[in-house]
Design a binder for this molecule. Structure first.
Ligand SMILES: Nc1ncnc2c1ncn2[C@@H]1O[C@H](COP(=O)(O)OP(=O)(O)OP(=O)(O)O)[C@@H](O)[C@H]1O
Length: 290
């Protein structure tokens, strides 16, 4: 059988990552890879450690142990666990969205997309006020930023709402705007924390289309935490399953769906089967710890 894409050409390699909070081991010796240009889903029951993994990747936490290697298409490698969080976004080009939407709700939709491009604009200004007013390089960068913002407005179907405050948008549109804002930073890896949370079925369908389009036309690699299995199974190339901070399954959506460990952990079982499944899980968890 040929090696899967995430082994052949990983954009992200998580290697033996452990994260402890005092006596609590939130992530335990976790290793997995996310393939370049793939949509990789990180799933698992509440408290499994998914957000902690995201926080380690994006620099909010420094893992207690382990390595997080990000490889760009040009071959350059970035060891994320050694980088400050602003460098992870600016240099390693990792962007993220949050479980709770974090837009600038008082700013317009367009302003939200321009603010995301603050760094290249400031560099083009030479970091001076005069530069902001006069430099041709700044004018050029400003034009590029506006074009990019317009491109994303069109992609998320919000061109006609460009001048409205972001906080006035319906919930599903705010989620799309948050993704577009992250895409305006031209990330190599985009991490999405429960992008479908709170969406109705129509909005969830629109989200799927947007994410598939980002993968196809931008070539961006996506890593998402998601509880909505319809989203996970429909759009993911690769699924990694965590339980109690340990990886219990890793494969294509079809493989993971058929894995008895995932079924036991996820779908629940009849009352009279609980003891049996718990026993089986104990064995699996014990095996994984060894
Ligand atoms: N900053 C922290 N301090 C102490 N414990 C934490 C911290 N962050 C997470 N934890 C604990 O680590 C474990 C994993 O939490 P995490 O939020 O990563 O899980 P999750 O899989 O994202 O859950 P959910 O699906 O509910 O968001 C939990 O027991 C949680 O209470």
């Amino acid at each position: 059988m040929p090696a899967p894409s995430w082994e052949k050409d990983p954009v992200l390699s998580v290697e033996h990552v452990t994260m402890r909070f005092g006596g609590l081991v939130a992530v335990n010796d976790l290793s997995f890879a996310a393939g370049r240009g793939d949509i990789t889903a990180l799933i698992g029951p509440n408290g499994a450690g998914k957000t902690t993994v995201f926080n380690c990747i994006t620099g909010f936490y420094k893992p207690t142990q382990g390595m997080l290697r990000l490889q760009h298409g040009d071959g350059s490698t970035h060891l994320l666990e050694r980088m400050a969080d602003f460098k992870i976004s600016a240099t390693a080009k990792v962007a993220r969205t949050f479980q709770n939407i974090r837009l600038f709700s008082g700013m317009t939709v367009l302003e939200n997309l321009l603010v995301a491009q603050h760094n290249p604009l400031m560099i083009a200004s030479g970091m001076t006020v005069l530069g902001l007013i006069g430099f041709p390089a700044y004018k050029k960068a400003e034009k590029r930023s506006i074009e990019k913002a317009k491109y994303w407005l069109d992609k998320i179907n919000l061109t006609d709402r460009a001048d409205d405050p972001a906080g006035d948008l319906p919930y599903g549109a705010q989620r799309r705007l948050e993704i577009a804002r992250a895409m305006c930073t031209s990330p190599e890896l985009l991490c999405l924390d429960e992008p479908a949370a709170g969406l109705n079925p129509r909005e969830s369908g629109e989200l799927n289309q947007l994410l598939l389009d980002i993968r196809k036309t931008e070539g961006t690699s996506l890593l998402l935490i998601e509880h909505d299995m319809s989203v996970v199974m429909e759009i993911s190339d690769h699924v990694v399953v965590l339980e109690y901070g340990i990886k219990i399954s890793d494969g294509t959506p079809a493989e993971v769906k058929a894995d008895p460990r995932v079924i036991a952990a996820y779908l629940g079982v009849d009352d009279d089967e609980v003891a049996e499944v718990e026993e089986a899980l104990d064995v699996v968890v014990e095996e994984a710890r060894q």
